[in-house]
Design a binder for this molecule. Structure first.
Ligand SMILES: [Zn+2]
Length: 83
């Protein structure tokens, strides 16, 4: 069984764990709004997503989640990814 390293987080789209640095972090505030967390220091619950087009595609099937991350600009970010 694989041992998880300390800084792994679960991608919300594919549910696989990855190192924090491979994931995009969004922050869900108490009022329910989701924002991109660029410095990783915001308060609230973190939502993590691989920086992969594959995971964007999976995310789009989870409509409620996608709607939240869309508000935070996930589509614009994804345009810069190559894989
Ligand atoms: Zn993923």
């Amino acid at each position: 069984m694989a041992r998880y390293k300390k800084n792994t987080r679960m991608c919300i789209a594919c549910r696989e764990r990855a190192d924090k640095h491979e994931l995009l972090r969004f922050n869900k505030r108490k009022d329910g709004a989701v924002t991109l967390d660029s410095d990783g220091k915001s308060e609230g619950r973190g939502i993590y997503l691989h920086k992969k087009r594959e995971c964007i595609a999976k995310l789009k099937k989870k409509k409620a989640l996608y709607a939240l991350l869309k508000e935070a600009g996930v589509d614009e970010l994804a345009e810069e990814w190559n894989d």
